[in-house]
Write a protein that binds this ligand. Structure first.
Ligand code: THU
Length: 141
């Protein structure tokens, strides 16, 4: 199935991400984040950040999306956005770029503050599953 990614899709993702900020658990930073993504089969997933008294184990909103992706059947992410509580688009942190890359690859479209960019643009030369495969093949020789 090929999904079309048009203005209506970006609008829906933005609205769902804003709604997700309202479910955020961010008592420490007081910085709610909501994220939404489209899967290549048309599913739409959302996530919000979930903080913890052990600050370092906080789950970013993107983690919720990936958990939902795998738990609802997998697939490839094709479009992604995340916002703060004012609905402003924000950039995903470096760790989350890597987490998203695993499930969307270089072609994943990301609605960043400066506009729509590909994952290849926001995480150039990413380390991914293909790099591990290269080592496995070399080991066999
Ligand atoms: N946060 C996210 O949820 N996603 C990001 O990509 C950036 C940061 C959250 C983590 C923490 O709860 C709050 O924003 C402040 O860093």
């Amino acid at each position: 199935m090929t999904v079309e990614i048009n203005d209506a899709v970006w609008k829906e993702l933005h609205e769902l991400a804003v709604e997700a900020t309202k479910r955020s658990y961010a008592p420490y930073s007081k910085y709610p984040v909501g994220a939404a993504a489209l899967v290549d089969d048309g599913r739409v997933l959302t996530g919000c950040n979930v903080e913890n008294a052990g600050y370092g184990v906080t789950l970013c909103a993107e983690c919720g999306i990936i958990s939902d992706l795998i738990n609802s059947g997998g697939g490839r992410l094709v479009a992604f956005t995340c916002v703060n509580k004012d609905g402003d688009r924000i950039v995903p942190c470096g760790r989350c770029r890597q987490i998203l890359f695993e499930h969307g690859g270089n072609e994943l479209l990301m609605h960043m503050p400066r506009g729509i960019q590909t994952m290849a643009e926001v995480l150039p030369d990413a380390f991914g599953p293909a790099d591990l495969d290269e080592v496995k093949e070399a080991d066999v020789d």
